[in-house]
Design a protein around this ligand. Structure first.
Ligand code: BGC
Length: 877
């Protein structure tokens, strides 16, 4: 069964219905982007969305209250009435936050007219352990299960477990798994940083005898080690600390082997019931050993954990061979299956996973390369039903082969578990064109399948790396569909962690595959993702934190360049139909880095740097034209589409030398290739935005809805439920993943061009919004929504031969320009919620929230404050 993604996020009813007028309590409270945050930064930043019954409203002042008591008896920070319109990233400025505490906070605001809102609901955040000395335990290891019993001389009123269990861990207290995370903690460069997870375990503990257990898997660490600090407060104030040390006991559990790529082998006969409860006889267990700790600093995992986010019921089951049953889950995804089985003790049931089938219905695992993707379960066979899910592996698959099953399995013998970093859906896109909706579906599954604490390239073969180009190419698409800010904040820190003293970054982060230095198109993930987070979230701190790193990467590229040209390249415009010269691609990204370094410097007030990098960018631009312009073919580079797209996208064509580059590109796409792209992953991202920006959305639309090879539609017509790695349909042992999100860059264009939701780079974070739908081709309607930090942005339109109707929502505190495309309606009349607002080529004032309008070449453009609007444009046709 397929998941239904929300086509539209609901607009708060308060925005739509008439209510008692005035400012309503703020909602959507976040600390460092997270609704349930645990932070280890001294000045966490608070964000909230404003609500108001009137249009054109904003915050003129706010008051934030933070306390360690839910009733706010003692206040850690009372901001007082802060005269400020800022409702996102407001930095804590109270008494120093204490380590290992729970804090409560709430906020109210004053509107444009000085009217005060009620306080928001109270929200909570926790602090991690601020200093290394608060960790009293040691990293311990041994076999893959660790246990410790202890007694509490009173009732626990507050308990927090801080745990770093590498590679993966499961924490258990008194017989129960703690929390709902899986595959914790996130993957990092362990010698630089280890993430720990914080759990509220109060309700797992009891007065008297208690037991804590840890199950360990190899994960990305490749070995097993755990550090636990369990801080318990008893009624009456007594404190108890339980820590990992040599007094723990260890034994091998039923997980016989575990590997991310190969799968898990589980022998239920080896289970020791009660091992994670008090009173278990562990005489046969060995003492745990102190193990060499990874050298990295301990940091709180400040991003959404990996979770089982959904279940999938198989579509059908076939039996291509006696004793072998193949399930079609109907969807390529990341995770595993849950098995239900009854049978004799010692029976071995095998689950193999694959993306593809052969014609005879058996699994084709050739493209998994060496990944075995096989889970094996041995039954304990005590009569009852046995339910098994692996713990420390995950697979990328659509098909599952079940063999060794005692008896005849049924369709519900297995159930899919969808597993990925549990980022919240934030956006929705839908349109009147079925193939675009299917592509959106494939993009959503492609992106989420590849969020596994790092943005991965694929989810199935022996790879699943944080390949940096893949990461930046689908970052905007991811941010428009999911709440990605905390995830990318973490990833950027991981990039900084691997940066060398010479400024180099690596092809993959953490660095396992690929090279140092990264291909410039891969290393570009550093400046680009910093810039995207700044643009989409208005986050200045991310600029501050990474400016020096970004600058160092630009400087490294400069050190390798000659006369403005950067020649080294490992992959260039990867997996194209027609290749593009590597030095052209690298020089483009060298320019992009210099340009962004200059922009970031300017924003941070570093004027000398801003100037220096502007100059550098100018030199690269000149060099680019000089080196790559080929008069004999009147095109850049080798004439490939990507060569032209890159030159045009960042304006590398000298304005004083008009060159027919756009013409060359369009001719090649339309006539040379019969409306197909020949680009690799890089060109495919920028071409859509370039066409949208230059008034050629009609062509972009034809490309996006094309169904013959090569195209996104071709993948869909050939059964893709995610995005392929290659334009080609391949199924052999070569590199041909069927779940590779890098071509998903097109998803950002759905929002920006088709739905028309755009941010203003000068006032980022959706403080100012440009709603500018581009109704292309035979599209009759399109609808986009995005739940930003400031509140929901909506643009939803429908056209008929004589009308264009647009519903738009702008968050309180934001403003927008709203473009109504005239098309062939002329002369036009525009009504907003029934009132005439444009007539006789002139703005008709009076509608609440609107402050003006003008006519441009193709549109009537309204200036609007916050609120929900319904525009209806009609005209003679
Ligand atoms: C990965 C790509 C990656 C590339 C680098 C492949 O193996 O799957 O997505 O960017 O290598 O060339």
């Amino acid at each position: 069964m397929r998941l239904q993604w929300p086509a539209l996020l609901a607009i708060p009813v308060s925005l739509l219905l008439a209510q008692p007028s005035g400012p309503l309590p703020p909602s959507g409270l976040r600390v460092e982007y997270l609704a349930e945050a645990v932070v280890d930064v001294p000045q966490p930043r608070f964000s909230w969305a404003l609500n108001h019954t009137e249009r054109g409203q904003k915050q003129s002042a706010c008051q934030v209250m933070v306390s360690a008591e839910p009733g706010f008896e003692v206040v850690a920070w009372d901001s007082g009435r802060l005269a400020s319109s800022q409702s996102t990233h407001v930095a804590y400025a109270g008494k120093p936050l204490e380590s290992g505490r729970a804090y409560y906070w709430k906020v109210r605001y004053w509107d444009r007219d000085g009217k005060e809102s009620p306080y928001s609901a109270v929200s909570r955040f926790d602090t991690g352990l601020f200093s290394a000395s608060e960790w009293k335990g040691k990293f311990i290891g041994g076999a893959n299960q660790l246990r410790k019993e202890f007694s509490l001389p009173g009732r626990p009123v507050r308990a927090r477990a801080y745990i770093a269990g590498l590679g993966y861990h499961e924490l258990r207290v008194n017989g129960r798994k703690v929390g709902d995370h899986v595959l914790d903690p996130g993957w990092t460069t362990y010698d630089k940083r280890v993430l720990y997870v914080v759990h509220d375990v109060t309700r797992y503990l009891q007065p008297g005898a208690n037991a804590v257990g840890i199950v360990l898997g190899q994960g990305w660490y490749g070995s097993r080690a755990a550090l636990l600090q369990l801080n318990i407060e008893l009624e009456g104030g007594q404190r108890v600390e339980i820590v990992s040390d040599a007094t723990w006991k260890t034994a091998q559990g039923p997980i016989v082997s575990d590997s991310i790529y190969d799968g898990e082998t589980y022998d239920a006969r080896l289970e020791a019931p009660g091992w994670d409860r008090p009173g278990f006889d562990d005489a046969a267990w060995k003492p745990a050993s102190l193990v060499d700790a990874p050298k990295g600093v301990l940091s709180v995992q400040m991003m959404p954990p990996i979770r089982v986010v959904d279940n999938i019921v198989p579509l059908k089951m076939t039996s291509p061979r006696p004793g072998s049953y193949v399930y079609d889950m109907g969807q390529n995804f990341s995770g595993w299956v849950e098995l239900r089985v009854r049978g004799p003790r010692g029976t071995q049931v095998k689950l193999r996973h694959a993306e593809l089938l052969y014609d005879d219905g058996t699994l084709n695992v050739e493209n998994l390369r060496t990944a075995k993707a096989t889970d094996i379960y041995t039954l304990r066979g005590e009569g009852g039903e046995e339910v098994y899910q692996p713990r420390f592996t995950y697979h990328g698959f659509r098909y599952v082969e079940l063999s060794g099953f005692p008896g005849a399995p049924k369709l519900d013998t297995i159930r899919g578990k969808v597993v990925h970093s549990a980022v919240k859906p934030a956006g929705g896109f839908a349109s009147s064109k079925a193939i675009l909706n299917q592509l959106q579906h494939n993009i959503l599954w492609g992106v989420t399948s590849n969020l596994h604490s790092v943005p991965t390239d694929c989810n199935q073969r022996n790879e699943r790396m944080g390949w940096m180009a893949d990461a930046h190419l689908y970052a905007e698409t991811a941010m428009l569909n999911f709440d990605m800010a905390a995830f990318y904040t973490n990833f950027l820190r991981s990039i900084r962690d691997i940066q060398g003293p010479d400024g180099t970054v690596t092809d993959t982060v953490p660095h396992k595959y690929g090279q140092r230095p990264a291909d410039p198109a891969w290393g570009a993930a550093y400046p680009l993702i910093v810039w995207y987070v700044y643009q989409y979230q208005g986050d200045r701190r991310i600029l501050e934190q990474h400016y020096e790193g970004v600058k160092a990467w630009t400087e490294y590229q400069r050190s390798r360049s000659q006369d403005g040209i950067l020649s080294f390249s490992h992959y260039g415009d990867w997996v194209p139909i027609e290749p593009t010269p590597g030095d052209l691609v690298s020089t483009f990204y060298f320019y992009y880095s210099a340009h962004l370094t200059s922009r970031m410097a300017a924003l941070l007030g570093k004027t000398a740097d801003a100037e220096a990098y502007r100059t550098l960018a100018g030199q690269i631009r000149e060099a680019f034209d000089k080196k790559f312009w080929r008069p004999e073919i009147q095109a850049y580079g080798n004439g490939s589409q990507t060569s032209q797209v890159l030159a045009l996208y960042l304006g590398l064509v000298p304005p004083e030398k008009p060159r027919p580059v756009m013409g060359h590109l369009i001719n090649d796409i339309v006539y040379g290739r019969n409306t197909h792209l020949t680009t690799g992953i890089l060109g495919a991202k920028y071409v859509m935005e370039l066409l949208a920006r230059t008034g050629r959305s009609d062509l972009a639309y034809e490309l996006a809805t094309q169904t013959t090879y090569p195209s996104w539609g071709y993948m869909i017509e050939h059964g893709a439920t995610t995005l392929w790695e290659l334009w080609q349909e391949k199924t052999g042992p070569s590199m041909n993943s069927h779940n590779h999100p890098m071509f998903g860059s097109v998803g950002a264009w759905f929002y920006s061009a088709l739905a028309g939701i755009n941010l203003d780079p000068e006032r980022p974070g959706y403080e100012r919004i440009r709603i500018q739908p581009q109704p292309a081709g035979d599209l009759r309607w399109a609808s986009g929504s995005l739940d930003t930090l400031r509140g929901p942005v909506v643009s939803s339109w429908r056209r008929t031969p004589g009308s264009f109707r647009l519903e738009a929502a702008i968050p309180v505190g934001s403003e927008a320009e709203i473009h109504l495309p005239i098309g062939n309606l002329s002369p036009v009349v525009v009504k907003e919620s029934g009132r005439v607002v444009w007539k006789d080529n002139a703005y008709q004032p009076g509608a609440p929230g609107l402050t003006g309008a003008r006519q441009t070449a193709g549109a009537v453009v309204f200036e609007a404050g916050s609120g929900a609007y319904v525009f209806e444009m009609t005209g003679a046709n």
